[in-house]
Each structure stands twice: as C-alpha cells, then as structure tokens.
Design a protein around this ligand. Structure first.
Ligand code: NAD
Length: 506
C-alpha cells in the first residue's frame, strides 16, 4: 500500500504539516536535538501549528561547532572559484525552488506572498549569486613599502563564524550572512529565530543538494538565551555576526568580550523620512507608505518617523491617510494582500501597547490603532496600518515599535528638519524627498546613519553596504565591506635585498 500523505492543515499554504523540515542541520545531516525538545512554530495568520522544530540547546551547538571546526581546513583550502561555483549553484537552486520558498516564508512570517515572491526570494538568490561571483575576485594587496622589501597582504578567512538571525526577513538574511562568509572560506553555525526557522532549514536542503560539503554550514534553531548564548560564548567560534534588537546586541557584545571574538552587530532603527515642501507629493506619499508598512513595518530600516514640512503637511497627511486606510490587510497567501499579520501574538500586543502609550502622551491616532474588524482575521496577529500625530520627544517617536505604526511631526526649515532627523539614538537608515538637488545632497550628508535614500526608501542591493551607526550597531553586510568583515588581513614581509643588515652594522 502506498504511504498515506498527511492532510494539509488550514493556514499552511496547502502543505502537510509533517512535510516541513523540522530538524537541526549538523555536519551535513538533518538530526534530532540531543535533549529531544522542540519549539512549536505557528502560523501568524490563524495560529495553526506549522511544525514542531527540534530545539537546539548547548550540547547541539557544541556538536555544530565541532562540525564547523572539522570542515574549516578543507573549505578554506578549496579554490575560491570552486567555493564560488557552489554558491552560484545554490542561487540557481533557490530560483528553481522560488515558489515553494516564497510560500514557506509567507506562511511562517506572515509577510505577504506578493513581497516574498517578488522581493525576498529573488534577492536571496541574487545575494548568493553576487557572493558566488565575488569569491575569486576579493583579493589582497601589495602596499608600497621601503626599497629592499616586498610586503603583500592576504585576506584570510576568520574561522568558524556564528550567525544569529531575527524573524523578520529570515531567508534574505540567511543569504546576507552566509554569502560573504562562505565566499571568504569560513564555516558557519547559524541560529535562525525560534519564531521563523522554516525557510532557513529549506535552504539547508538546497545547500546539501547543491553539494556544499558537510559541516560547512550548520543550522541550529533554538532559543536565544540557550543556543544563541552558547554560540556567542563558544571558544572555537572566532566571530559572531548578530542581527536583532539593540537590547540583545548589548548582551551579545558583552558575552563575546569573554573570548575576545570579533562581533558584527546589525541592530534596531527608528528611520526618519523627511518630506520637503518641494517634493513630488504623490511619489513621497507612496514611498512613505512603503517605508512604514512594508512587511507590516517589521523592518529595522522602516521609515517609522515621518517628518513633514509645515507647508505641505496637511495635504500630505490627507493623502497618506487615504492610502494607509485603503491598504489591503489579510491572509499573506491571498494574491491581493498588501499587509499581513505581525509575527506573533506577543509582538502584536507589544505594538498595540504603543498605541496606548502614544495616546497617553497626547498623540492623536489619525487612522488605525487597533486589530481589524474582519472576522476572518480574528485568530491572527493583525494590526491596522496606523498613523499617529505625535511630538518628536514622545516615546512613540523615539522607541522602535517594529510594527505598522508611523508617527507624523512637522518642521519649519532645513535646519529644524536635520535636527529632528538626528534626534535619535539609532542610526540605521532614513530618507528624504525633495526636487532640489542641492538640498538633497546637503541633507543626505547631514544624516547620522549608515544609509540614506533620496526620493526613494528601503532600496537594498548585494553590492551596496548595509548597516548602521550609534545604537544601530557596527559592521556592514553586503558588498566588499562584507568580505572585509569575514576576513583577516595577513601582512607578509619579504626581504628581497640581502645587503640590508638584519642587525646594526658591525
Ligand atoms: P531579538 O534580539 O529578540 O532576537 C534576534 C536573535 O537573537 C534571535 O535569533 C534570538 O533567538 C537571538 N537571541 C536572543 N537572545 C540572545 C542571547 N542572549 N544571545 C544570543 N542570541 C540571542 O530580535 P527579534 O525580535 O528577533 O528581531 C527584531 C529586532 O531585530 C528589531 O530590533 C530590529 O530592528 C532588529 N533588526 C535589525 C536589522 C539590521 O540589519 N540592523 C535587521 C532586522 C532586524
């Protein structure tokens, strides 16, 4: 008798629950957790159980690090072109699997399929392809030194790298971190978020099929305070690349100090998006909506602080509210959905608590501010697109809400705009809208952030450095910057003139 296929559960995108990959990936094999525990992964759309994913604890991390240590010598010695070829093959496999991966990401995170299919998954393939091409082009240098000596500098892989990832763009972040680390010859232990590990495990399946050798990448889903903390403190992990909240980033930096490992931190944000009086208003309104509401506002670079020149503020707000209140909220798998659920009930409650905080501080809710009425969405983690008029000093303008909530404040001139833009502890990204070229460059130069978008917002590309300053962390993903993050410079001195005395002349 043929095996009976398990029935698809509702809210799972039609995929039978038991067919999600739900084990750890260590030494090239899918394996159970040593202690046998599991983390329930639920659909943010309706709470359905998607999978019970093996929960890595300290012993599993140790096993993963051992596998990465064992694989390091062979991988680092693999010709760079061959490492690159494997990443290119993986990029092809991701494109072949794009439909499946996009559905998986949407089901697990709540991010609408129209985005995961057109942005997240294509960008994931593009990033692996970019770093596949980079592998044999990232090179050392020959600095001009004094006559009689040759000095050359090679870029060596760092070793075993620990990578810790949040839940908001898991598949894309896997490529941002794995791409440069592998191209440079490192081996990896990656911990996806306990809330959204499924697409990363799917990438492991594709990697194994593409021929990435066992142990080069190990994936250990589990909780931060156990699996994550063990990665950070493990003496054989040479570097940690962490993306997540500023609060956790502080813990990671402090814990990494114990073994003096290198740390790269991609942390929170509170992006300003400033609209000047001479801006193309329809474009700025649409761009501000993308900046604030894309992925339900769960983006570190979200444009969550709208700053409007007072001359256009009323007209802008009217148009913006029209657009925000017409956004189609719903099942992330439905073709027309523009805004899906937040990632978890706890996170939804946290976002809604900021609505109360805003009102208590005297803010005015211009639209949204609650869960939608639609009974079909009642079991999900939904919050309406929310626009709040607030004063720049209010908590809602200073703290990262990480949801579909944007504040609106006004400014009178460029100097006041620049003051407000930089009145933040964070320094990740921000945008400005103007038709005046000189103003565009002047204001962009004044942003204390790692990224600025002029007459656009949230553009990312594998070739362009991504990262922040201040409480948004340090280090950069993408481009040549990322290759530097994952390599150490080794300076080699060669005496090429035997007449140069090695000691004082006698
Ligand atoms: P989080 O800090 O709670 O968790 C991030 C990751 O760290 C998860 O995998 C978690 O399990 C792990 N973790 C938790 N405690 C840990 C510990 N003590 N040691 C090691 N690992 C630990 O963040 P989150 O809620 O998953 O994600 C949202 C946050 O991430 C937001 O603040 C957002 O701005 C930030 N983020 C930043 C970027 C960026 O590139 N700058 C990108 C996306 C998200």
């Amino acid at each position: 008798m043929p095996p009976v296929e398990p029935a698809p559960a509702p809210g799972t995108g039609g995929r039978p629950v038991s067919l999600y990959q739900d084990r750890l990936f260590i030494g090239g094999e899918f394996t159970a957790a040593a202690a046998g525990g599991a983390v329930e992964v639920r659909s943010p759309h309706d709470g359905t159980l998607l999978a019970e994913v093996a929960e890595a604890r300290e012993a599993d991390v140790d096993r993963a690090v051992d596998a990465a240590v064992a694989a390091f010598g062979g991988w680092a010695a693999t010709p760079a072109a061959d490492r690159g070829r494997l990443l290119l093959r993986l990029a092809d496999a991701i494109e072949d699997d794009a439909e499946e991966l996009a559905r998986l990401e949407s089901v697990d995170t709540g991010h609408p399929l129209r985005d995961t299919a057109t942005l997240d998954v294509p960008r994931t393939a593009a990033t692996f392809r970019y770093f596949g091409g980079m592998a044999d082009k990232h090179q050392g240098s020959v600095p001009p030194v004094e006559p009689g000596f040759l000095n050359y500098v090679t870029r060596e892989p760092v070793g075993v790298v620990g990578q810790i990832v949040p839940w908001n763009f898991p598949v894309m972040f896997a490529s941002w971190k794995l791409g440069p680390a592998l191209a440079a010859g490192n081996t990896v232990v990656m911990k996806p978020s306990e809330l959204a590990p499924l697409s990363t495990l799917r990438i492991c399946e594709l990697m194994a099929d593409a021929g990435v050798p066992p142990g080069v990448v190990n994936v250990v889903p589990g909780y931060g305070h156990t699996a994550g903390a063990r990665i950070v403190e493990h003496p054989d992990v040479a570097k940690v690349s962490f993306t997540g909240s500023t609060a956790t980033g502080r813990l990671v930096a402090a814990a990494a100090a114990g073994t003096l490992k290198r740390v790269h931190l991609e942390l929170g944000g509170k992006g300003a998006n400033a609209v000047f009086a001479d801006a193309d208003l329809p474009a700025a309104v649409a761009g501000a909506a993308f900046a604030a509401f894309h992925n339900q506002g769960q983006a570190c670079i979200a444009g969550s602080r709208l700053l409007l020149h007072e001359a256009i503020a009323d007209e802008f707000v009217e148009r913006f509210i029209d657009l925000a209140s017409s956004i189609k909220v719903g099942d992330p798998l439905a073709p027309g959905t523009e805004l899906g659920p937040l990632t978890s009930p706890e996170h939804r409650d946290r976002v809604l608590s900021y609505v109360k905080i805003a009102v208590d501080e005297g803010g005015e809710i211009l639209t949204g501010g609650r869960a939608p009425d639609d009974p079909d969405l009642a079991r999900g983690c939904y919050v309406e697109p929310t626009v709040v008029r607030a004063e720049p000093g209010d908590r809602v303008c200073r703290e990262e809400v990480f949801g579909p909530l944007v504040t609106v404040s006004t400014f009178a001139d460029d100097d006041e705009a620049i003051g407000l833009i930089n009145d933040a502890e964070y320094g990740l990204g921000g945008g400005l809208w103007t038709s005046d070229l000189a103003r565009a460059h002047r204001v962009a130069a004044a942003f204390r952030t790692g990224m600025v978008w002029i007459n656009s917002y949230k553009r990312v590309n594998p070739g362009s450095p991504f990262g922040g300053v201040g409480r948004s962390g340090y280090g950069r993903e993408m481009g040549f910057e990322a290759m530097r993050e994952y390599t150490e410079a080794k300076s080699v001195w060669v005496n090429v003139d035997a007449r140069i005395p090695p000691w004082y002349p006698r």
